[in-house]
Design a protein. Structure first.
Lengths: 425, 425
C-alpha cells in the first residue's frame, strides 16, 4: 500500500474517532436538527445536485457501464426528494442512545443496568449509489456514531457534494463535521486500509454485490455487518392451505427478482405437490420464470401437462439467482426440507407454509436463519416491514446484529453500576 | 499445517456442527439432566480424577513449571467438589433458549418477534486449568451450543478424563456426545486450525494470558469473545465522599491483584487530592503496593510525609500490572480524567467516586467502557456479581457481548415472522 493513501485513511480514522466522542454525547435534538437541516439543504440544491451528478453519469456512460448501473447512479428530482423524505423519516424514529434498562439490585448492594450506546465509528463501503450516502450517514448520525463513507468511484463527485451538505447540517447543529466523512480518493487501496484499521473503525457495513462482499470477507480485520448470500427457501408443508401457498410463493419469487430476500428454492411436500405445483408453476411460467426441478417435481408437473422444465443440478441448490429462475425440489417431509435448508441455505430467510401448529413451532425453532417465517412471503425480511423504520443492511451472521439491521444494530450496550461505596469481599 | 492435524480438526468441527443441531432442539430438562449426571459422575470418581491429574502435575513439575502454574493445574477433592457444585449452579439458571419477545403486529398484518437461539458451535481455548473444562462445557451445554475445548497441553490427561465424564452425562440425557469434544492432540497447530475454521466454529472464547490472546487476535478469522487488557481506572471527583473514596479505592486495587478488573490507575481531582491521597497511599504502602506517580501527586504525598514514590513514565499509564503496583495521576477536573481514560484505558471497567449527580451521569454516558461504575469498586465487574449466575469471560469489544458474558452472551436472536398468508405489495 502506498504511504500516502495509508496516511490519508489513518488521518480520516483519527478524525472520525475524535468526532465519535462528541456524537456519543449529542442530544436527540441536536441530531434531529442536523438531519432536518440536511433535508432542507438537499431540497434547496436539487439543481446543483442534478448537475454534479450528470457529470458522474456521463463519465460512467463513457466508460461503458450498463443501464442498470447508470440507473443506480442517476439522481433525479424524484430520487433527491426521496432522500430528503428519508431524512425526515429517520428524524421521526426513537433515539436509542442513552436508554437504560431497569436497574437490578444485587446482594452486594450495587445496582446493575445496561445503557445503550453508539458503536463508535462505522465504515460504509458501497457501490455507485449516491442515495446510500444520505441514507447510511443519516442512520449512523441518528445512532450517535461517526461514519466513514467509501462509495463507488463513479459517484465520487455526487458523493462529495452530498458530504458537503451533510457537513453543513452537522455544523448548523453544533456537531463536528468530521462525524461524516466521504473518502475523497477513488483509489481501491483506501478500501484495503478501511477494512483493516481496527483502531479507528468499530464495524464495517458493506453494501453491494457478492463479489465486493466476498473480497472484503477475505481481507477484513474490522468486524462486518453483512450477508454474502440470500438463498431463501419456502417449504410448502402437507398441511398447507393450497391457495395461500400459491399466493405467497408467487409473491416470494416474482414480486421482485433482485432483492436478497426473494425466494430462490421452493421445497414441496410430496403429498401436496400435485395439488399445488401445477397451478403455481403455470403462474411462474406465465411470468417467464425458468423452473429447475428434481425428477419427482418433473413428474408432477409433466403429469399436469407442463413443459420447458430444466433439470436442477447440484449447483442449483447452492445458487442465489437474483433472477427469474427458481429451483424446485419435492421432499418427503419437513425434516427433509429442514435438512436441505441446513445444507444449502445461507441462514438469511426461510419460510414454511402450514396450518399445523406443531410443525410451525418446530420449523421456527430449528431452522437456523436470521429470519424464519410461517405463512408469509420471504420478501417481508426488511427493516421497514419489520417496523425498524429503516435499515442499514441485513446480516446473516449470528453475532451482534442478525436479520434486518436498523438503528439498534448500530449500537451496543454497556453495563452501568450504581454503587453507594460498596466494596468486594 | 500438517494434513493430519487439519483433517482431524475439520472432522471435530463437522461432528460439532452436526451435534449443535440436536443441542439447539434439546429441552431444558435434557440439558439439566446431563449437567446433574456429570456432577454425579465427578463426585463418584474423585479418586480417579485425582490420580489422572497427578500424572499431569508430575510431568508439569518435571518440565519446570512454576508454583502458580502447578496450582492452577492441580485438582484436589475440594476443587473437584466445586466443579460439581458449579454444574448444579448452572442447572439452577434460567434456560435462555427458545424465549420469544412480544410479537409486534405490523401494518401488513405479519407479526414480528425475536427468539433466543444458541450461537451453534463455541470453541474454547484455555490454559492448563482443568476446572475450565467443566465450567465452560457446562455453560455452552446449558445455552444449547456444541463446544470444542482445547486446553493447555499440560492438562491433557485430566481434560480427556473429564471429557469422558461429560460425554457420559450427555449420553445419559439422550444428547449427542459430540456436543462436547476435547481436542486430544497437544499440537499447537490445532489451535491455528480452530481459530480459522469459520465454517464449523461460530465463536471462540479464549481464556488465558495476554500473550495467548494477542496471538489469537493476530491470526483468528473466527469471531472472538475476549478482552486483551484490563487497564481499569477509578476517578476520585472533587465531590467525592473521602471515606468512601479511600475504602473503594483500597478495595479496587488490593482485594486481589491478578484479576482483570483490579484497578491499575487512580485519577484524583487536584482539589480533593490533599484530603484523600495521603491516607489512601499510606494504606497502599502498608500493603506493599508500589506507587508510580506524576509530579503533582508526588508533591501532595511528599508534603504529607510519604516516601518511596516512583515517578510514573508514559509506559505506566498503558500498563496492566496485575500486581501490587498502582499508577496515580492528579487531574484538574473530570474532563481531564475522561480524556486520560479515553487515551490509555482498555474499555474494560472504569469508575467514578462522586456525590455529584450531574457528573455521575456524564461519566456513565461518556466513558466508553464495557462497565462504567459510580461509587463502587471495579472489582465488581464479574458475571456472578452482576447477577448473571456465571461467566464464560469478559469482553471489552463492542459487538455482540460486552462486559461479563454469561449464558445470554452464548446465544443469538433470530427474527420470527408469524403470517396469515400475507404477501408484499
Amino acid at each position: 500500500m502506498s504511504t500516502s493513501i495509508k496516511q490519508m485513511m489513518q488521518e480520516i480514522g483519527q478524525r472520525a474517532r475524535a468526532a465519535s466522542r462528541a456524537m456519543a454525547r449529542a442530544s436527540s435534538e441536536q441530531k434531529n436538527h442536523a438531519l432536518l437541516h440536511i433535508a432542507q439543504l438537499i431540497r434547496q440544491q436539487v439543481s446543483d445536485i442534478e448537475q454534479v451528478n450528470r457529470g458522474d453519469v456521463e463519465r460512467a456512460k463513457a466508460s461503458g457501464h450498463d443501464a442498470a448501473f447508470i440507473d443506480r447512479l442517476t439522481m433525479t428530482p424524484k430520487t433527491i426528494e426521496s432522500m430528503a423524505l428519508g431524512l425526515e423519516q429517520i428524524v421521526s424514529l426513537d433515539d436509542p442512545i442513552g436508554k437504560i434498562s431497569a436497574l437490578q439490585k444485587q446482594t452486594s448492594g450495587i445496582e446493575i443496568g445496561q445503557m445503550r450506546v453508539p458503536l463508535g465509528v462505522i465504515g460504509i463501503i458501497y457501490e455507485s449509489r449516491p442515495n446510500v450516502t444520505i441514507d447510511a450517514a443519516a442512520l449512523c448520525l441518528k445512532s450517535g456514531n461517526a461514519v466513514i463513507l467509501r462509495g463507488g468511484s463513479e459517484a465520487i463527485d455526487s458523493n462529495t457534494l452530498l458530504a458537503k451538505l451533510i457537513q453543513a447540517g452537522l455544523t448548523a447543529a453544533g456537531l463536528p463535521m468530521d462525524a461524516v466523512q466521504v473518502v475523497s480518493t477513488t483509489d481501491r487501496e483506501a478500501v484495503g486500509e478501511m477494512i483493516t484499521m481496527t483502531e479507528y473503525i468499530d464495524v464495517i457495513v458493506p453494501r453491494g454485490g457478492k463479489s465486493l462482499i466476498a473480497r472484503l470477507m477475505a481481507e477484513a480485520r474490522v468486524p462486518m455487518i453483512k450477508h454474502l448470500d440470500g438463498i431463501c427457501h419456502t417449504y410448502i408443508d402437507v398441511d398447507a392451505d393450497v391457495a395461500m401457498a400459491i399466493r405467497v410463493c408467487d409473491n416470494a419469487k416474482t414480486q421482485r427478482y433482485a432483492p436478497c430476500n426473494a425466494m430462490e428454492t421452493l421445497l414441496v411436500n410430496a403429498d401436496i405437490a400435485p395439488k399445488v405445483l401445477p397451478e403455481l408453476c403455470k403462474i411462474y411460467q406465465a411470468k417467464g420464470v425458468e423452473l429447475r426441478v428434481d425428477s419427482a417435481t418433473r413428474h408432477t408437473l409433466e403429469s399436469a401437462g407442463l413443459k420447458d422444465l430444466v433439470t436442477a443440478s447440484e449447483a442449483d441448490w447452492q445458487t442465489e439467482y437474483l433472477a427469474p429462475i427458481l429451483s424446485i425440489k419435492t421432499v418427503a417431509d419437513m425434516d427433509e426440507a429442514m435438512n436441505h435448508i441446513e445444507q444449502y441455505g445461507s441462514k438469511h430467510t426461510d419460510a414454511i407454509i402450514t396450518n399445523n401448529q406443531d410443525r410451525a413451532k418446530r420449523f421456527l425453532r430449528e431452522v437456523d436463519s436470521a429470519s424464519v417465517m410461517v405463512n408469509a412471503s420471504t420478501r417481508f425480511a426488511d427493516g421497514f416491514e419489520y417496523g425498524l423504520g429503516a435499515e442499514i443492511g441485513i446480516s446473516n451472521d449470528k453475532l451482534h446484529a442478525r436479520g434486518p439491521v436498523g438503528l439498534e444494530g448500530l449500537t451496543s450496550l454497556k453495563y452501568i453500576v450504581m454503587g453507594h461505596g460498596e466494596i468486594r469481599t
